[in-house]
Design a protein around this ligand. Structure first.
Ligand SMILES: [Zn+2]
Ligand SMILES: [Zn+2]
Ligand SMILES: [Zn+2]
Length: 312
């Protein structure tokens, strides 16, 4: 971020421009364009957030490593902060109230962006379409909550208007895929939110398959890990925030493999056999509290039963 962005001016217009440019690129019919579309939108989002810091004081845009200097700022000749510092300054310096969900959303964005930038990202175009649209909706929400759009410059208003118009076009790309995916889904099949495209089209059984983005993973352990790492931030059982980490993965009551994880609804789903605690076939053992699969309405699991017998 050491270039021609005209840092002494509003970052809002630059941010909106990036976003709009990305949204238009998203309509191009090749994966590469769609990938850069997503990167553009992410960069734009970051600039929009930084505008709030700039309004407070220009020095807030400087990376801690270097002493803020107004001349450097005017020339755009400085190393600026990343998403993490931007969020922490928005909260801790400006006192902006950001919801937990919003921060998780940004954390997701940060991770994906890092992956794309390091060229590890070779996903299908539907992934980029889905994530781009979600990111734009997130930006618009951020703007409506934290920026008084009556007070912004005329060219910023126009850019914002164009973004809203373009959003309809982009949403249709996603809707096309949603329709197609819906046709492919088996009736009554349990679907979780895909760890790549963020759409609720992930079928789990012998690994995972997404009807939306066609992600296919034949390794139940790997798929369960990818899923859990992506979504655990939303769950009650967060490795960092919840001490009951071992409860996040359990031995599946049906198939016995340790590929049964807490899902986005705080229920258990198995990536090997496709079983789920929402089927009503599993129960909590009244003795050890572990999930088990009762054969005939018994209240305790086999393990506890055998232990009890050994002691009696
Ligand atoms: Zn997917
Ligand atoms: Zn299972
Ligand atoms: Zn038990």
């Amino acid at each position: 971020m050491s270039d021609h962005h005209g840092f002494e001016q509003s970052l809002l217009h630059n941010g909106l421009d990036f976003i709009l440019e990305g949204m238009i690129k998203l309509g191009e019919d090749n994966v590469r364009s769609k990938k850069y579309a997503l990167l553009n939108i992410y960069s734009g989002f970051l600039l929009v957030m930084k505008e709030l810091l700039r309004r407070e004081h220009w020095s807030l845009l400087f990376n801690k490593r270097k002493e803020p200097n107004f001349k450097d700022f005017q020339n755009g000749d400085f190393e600026s902060i990343g998403i993490k510092d931007t969020i922490s300054r928005l909260k801790n310096v400006i006192g902006l109230e950001l919801t937990k969900e919003f921060e998780f959303e940004l954390e997701k964005i940060r991770k994906i962006r890092n992956r794309i930038e390091h060229f590890e990202f070779s996903e299908s175009s539907t992934v980029f379409e889905s994530l781009s649209v979600k990111a734009v909706i997130e930006v618009l929400e951020f703007i409506s909550e934290h920026i008084d759009t009556e007070e912004i410059l005329e060219n910023e208003k126009q850019a914002l208007q164009k973004i809203r118009e373009q959003l309809g076009v982009n949403i249709r790309l996603v809707e096309e895929n949603t329709k197609r995916a819906n046709l492919e889904v088996r009736n009554g099949q349990l679907l979780l939110t895909c760890y790549l495209c963020d759409q609720k089209f992930l079928e789990v059984e012998n690994g995972a398959y997404c009807y939306f983005c066609h992600e296919k993973n034949d390794d139940p352990n790997d798929a369960a890990n990818l899923y859990f790492n992506k979504h655990s931030a939303y769950m009650d059982y967060h490795p960092k925030h919840n001490p009951v980490v071992e409860d996040s993965y359990i031995d599946c009551p049906s198939c016995g493999f340790e590929t049964c994880v807490v899902d986005e609804d705080s229920l258990y789903s198995c990536f090997t056999c496709g079983g789920s605690s929402r089927d009503g076939r599993w129960d909590k053992c009244s003795h050890c509290q572990r999930m088990f699969c009762p054969e005939e309405q018994e209240m305790i699991c086999n393990f506890c039963f055998e232990e009890k017998m050994a002691h009696d």
